[in-house]
Write a protein that binds this ligand. Structure first.
Ligand SMILES: [Zn+2]
Length: 142
């Protein structure tokens, strides 16, 4: 069970929103006791006004929250393709539309994993460099 507060989650969203160059989006978050199909989260976006609401399950594990947030944020730029395709749903079958949704889901999840794992790796490198710098600054007489 995640015990991050909505404020802490909004802070993470702000950090990644900035990192992903999504500052022109107004994003809100709502925590839910349960989500349909036991999903971790979902996002509803309005591409005209660049507003989005992320709904997140309170049951998301704390170590999963960042990846879940990045996943939902990536749906904003990548989902823009789906939102255009949606205008042509009279020309494609519902099955073809589902294939497009699945392709979006796969791309978003892959990028979310790559980005969060890279970020975690860079944080570890930074921490290691800090430790080395602290060691070097220590006086040699003790
Ligand atoms: Zn998704």
């Amino acid at each position: 069970m995640a015990n991050l507060t909505e404020d802490a989650i909004m802070e993470l969203i702000g950090l990644w929103q900035n990192f992903l160059k999504l500052n022109h989006w107004e994003i809100s978050v709502t925590m839910r006791d349960r989500m349909e199909n036991s999903k971790a989260a979902k996002v509803a976006a309005d591409y005209r006004y660049h507003t989005a609401e992320i709904q997140m399950s309170k049951t998301v594990e704390e170590e999963e929250i960042e990846r879940v947030i990045v996943h939902e944020l990536l749906h904003l730029p990548i989902g823009a393709i789906r939102s255009v395709v949606h205008k042509f749903t009279d020309r494609i079958t519902p099955m073809e539309y589902v294939l497009i949704l699945d392709a979006e889901e796969s791309a978003v999840e892959l990028l979310a994993r790559v980005l969060t794992e890279t970020f975690t790796y860079l944080e570890a490198v930074k921490e290691e460099e800090k430790k080395e710098a602290d060691k070097a600054e220590r006086p040699s007489w003790y």
